[in-house]
Each structure stands twice: as C-alpha cells, then as structure tokens.
Write a protein that binds this ligand. Structure first.
Ligand SMILES: [Zn+2]
Length: 415
C-alpha cells in the first residue's frame, strides 16, 4: 500500500493514463495497473506534469505598477527612470511583502523554480538583502535563484562593480550585465568581461540581459557567446531578450546563432514584456518584439520562455501565469503546429532544468521527488489556450496548493 496514489493522470506525450504511487515523498511506482493508497487523488484523465521553471523575473520591482508609476511611453528608458525614483526609498519589509505575494501568484500557476534578477544599483543593497533572506526562508516550498543585476550598468555606474562582487559574496547565484545600456559599445564589451571575470572567480553562473533593443547594431550576443567559449563556461550562461537578433540580416543572424549553439547558451525570451516594449520606434510594419525563438529552436539551441515582470513600470500586467507568456510566444513566433507546441512546452519546463542544476531531480520518474502539478485540462493544447490555475501543486508528496475548478452554471435555456 502506498501513502498516496495519484490515479488516472495524463502525463504529457504519454498514450495511457497512469497511476503514481508515492512513499516518503518520493515516486515509488508509475503504472497503468491499479495502485492502492491510504490517500488517493483521482485526476480523471487530467494533465500531470513537472512544475514550470520561470527563468527570468524581478521580485524587487514587482507589484509597483499604478497610476503614479505609469510608464506612458511604454519604453525601457521611461521604465528605468521611474524605477530609479522608486528604488531610492526601498524598504526590506516592503520588498519581502511584494516578492512573497508575487511568488505565491507564480506558484498557484505551477511555477516552483524562480530565477529573479535583483537590481544592485543601490548603495544599501536593500532588495538584495531582502531577497536572499526570503530565498532561505521559502526554501522548503520554492526554489529561488537570485541574480545580481546592475540595472544602471557596470561601467556607466562604476560603483556597481564593487556591488556586484559584494552581492556574489553575500550569496547571489549568478551575475548579470546590461551591455546595451552602457554608454558605448566598448563599455558594453568591458561590462561583459567584468561580469564574466567575477563569475569565474567566484564560481557563479552568468545571466546577461542582452540586446534588449530594436537596434540592429546592438551586437552583444556574439560577445557573450565568444567570452563563454574563451572562458570555457559552456552551459553556464544565459542571455535574456536578444531582441536585436530579430533585426540582423539573415546571414549575420545565422553566424550569431551558430556561435550561440557552440557556446551552449540558453536564450530566455520574455514575450509579454518584449511584445509591448519593443518596436515602439519602428515605422509600420512593426517588428513582432520577440527574438527568433523558432529559428533558435530549429538550430538546436536551448530556449526558455519566461513571464518576466509582474505589474511594474516596465510591464503593467501579468498575474504570475507563465502560460500567458507561452501563449503570446506561440502567436508571435508562429509556433502553432503540434510539434511546435511541444517545443513551447519544453521552453517553460525542462529547458530551464539545466540552468537550475536540477536536471537529475526534475521530471516524473520512479525515485524522483513527488513534486509535480496538475491542471484541469486533458492535453498541452488545452493547457495553452485555457491557461488555468493548477488543480493541485504537489511538493515532495504533499499537497501544497489546491484550487477548486471553475464552475459555470446556466440558469436559463437559450434555445
Ligand atoms: Zn526582466
């Protein structure tokens, strides 16, 4: 007899419904045969899958959108200006409160691994202190990675170089840079060299905010790939956004993508914010905003989709539902075929597992922790268009979150 049995689960891409037996928080059996448990959950053919991996969000800026923080131009530069004012008066308790609320929103939609960039352009490192504390406090429930992110640059804002090192010493999981926001191209390259040197010295991963612009002359992705190869950091580097890649000539884009593949970079696309913030200055026809995720995938490059901002001056919407981001990507990248939907599914699940160093323990297999999520849908296509909350979130064999399915009742007959 098992402690718990999940009955009639539809695992992604499996033909038969499966029953899962759990002992001591671990998956002890997966079978088409009936299993008996002290406690049983009948999913009735609904989807059961590993939790989502959110590869790029911000928990310091989160839930600050409002009338007084409205970004009226919708541009990155206005968002940065508004945030610059807000961050002067950050308090640890306020950061923790907003971050916890956002983490709960993400978790209710099935995200159990969160990579959050924290702006370190603050002499007191208030947000960093709050989020490193929260990371420890919430560790039994959610896997939180903190990225030291110098929003104001590493060369343009020279004090950020010391702060980056300090952040790493305090426990940040990875270092970042924003080369396209440095004053000059040369400074952008220097900022990357500095970020990589810190990562190398302290044994950390790198996650660059790269080419988040519609400027075809923003060519930092090739620099990120090139330094990764030189420093032998293949597989430990991610680059978010990479919007300029969309505007490169096909010949140059092909060269860059080959280099990205060689460097084993993970490209993180943030379709919600990218689609609203990019192409603001384009004449018609306007760019679609997101990078070339279809071509990157065809090239065999590891691509992830992330929710990114949740109600901030950078992006005023978002409710923690990463499926909204996936849905947006499906449309903007023209990835509606069934094989393409499979790719999109991997972009919010297993493709992030490497970056999180959880590849060995991620998935639904015998011997792995019984950590998974179920949705009130029968397949991946339904999941993408309905975008529901999780029916159950299981963490190490225990139900952590339960959401009653929505019910609609007609009180009159129309015909
Ligand atoms: Zn972001």
């Amino acid at each position: 007899m098992f402690e718990k049995v999940i009955k009639n689960a539809q695992l992604p891409f499996q033909k038969d419904l499966l029953n899962i037996g759990i002992i001591d928080g671990v998956i002890a059996s997966i079978s088409t045969e009936q299993l008996i448990g002290k406690e049983e959950f009948d999913l009735d053919g609904n989807l059961l899958m590993p939790p989502f991996i959110e590869m790029h969000t911000h928990l310091d800026t989160v839930l600050t959108a409002g009338e007084s923080t409205s970004n009226n131009s919708g541009t990155l530069s206005e968002a940065i200006e508004i945030w610059l004012k807000l961050k002067q008066s950050l308090r640890e308790d306020d950061v923790k409160k907003r971050a916890t609320a956002a983490i709960k929103m993400l978790m209710e939609y099935g995200v159990l691994h969160i990579r959050a960039a924290v702006d370190i352009s603050d002499p007191n490192l208030t947000a960093l202190t709050a989020l490193l504390d929260l990371k420890k406090q919430l560790q039994p429930f959610v896997d939180l990675q903190v990225i030291a992110f110098p929003q104001d640059g590493l060369i343009s804002c020279s004090a950020n170089r010391e702060r980056l090192i300090e952040a790493v010493k305090r426990g940040a999981d990875a270092v970042s840079a924003v080369p396209h926001l440095e004053y000059t191209r040369e400074d952008g390259v220097k900022s990357l060299e500095f970020a990589f040197s810190v990562a190398k010295e302290y044994g950390k991963d790198v996650h660059i905010f790269c080419d988040e612009t519609d400027d075809e002359h923003s060519r930092f992705l090739e620099v990120v790939a090139s330094i990764t190869i030189k420093e032998q950091m293949e597989g430990r580097v991610a680059a978010s956004h990479a919007n300029a890649l969309l505007y490169y000539s096909d010949a140059y884009a092909q060269k860059v993508m080959s280099l990205v593949k060689k460097a084993k970079l993970t490209i993180v696309c943030c379709p919600l914010i990218n689609s609203t913030m990019q192409a603001r200055m384009d004449a018609h026809p306007k760019g679609r905003g997101i990078t070339r995720i279809k071509e990157l995938t065809e090239e065999g490059i590891n691509v992830c989709i992330a929710h990114d901002d949740i109600q901030t001056p950078f992006y005023p919407f978002g409710n923690g539902n990463i499926l909204q981001a996936a849905h947006m990507a499906i449309h903007l990248a023209h990835m509606t075929g069934s094989e393409e939907l499979t790719h999109i599914y991997h972009m919010i699940t297993s493709n992030g597992a490497d970056a999180f160093s959880i590849k060995e323990t991620y998935g639904i297999k015998i011997g792995l922790p019984a950590t998974f999520v179920s949705f009130p849908v029968k397949n991946i296509r339904d999941l993408f268009f309905r975008q529901p909350k999780c029916r159950y979130v299981f963490k190490n064999g225990e139900v952590l979150i339960e959401t009653e399915p929505e019910k609609t009742k007609w009180t009159q007959s129309m015909i």
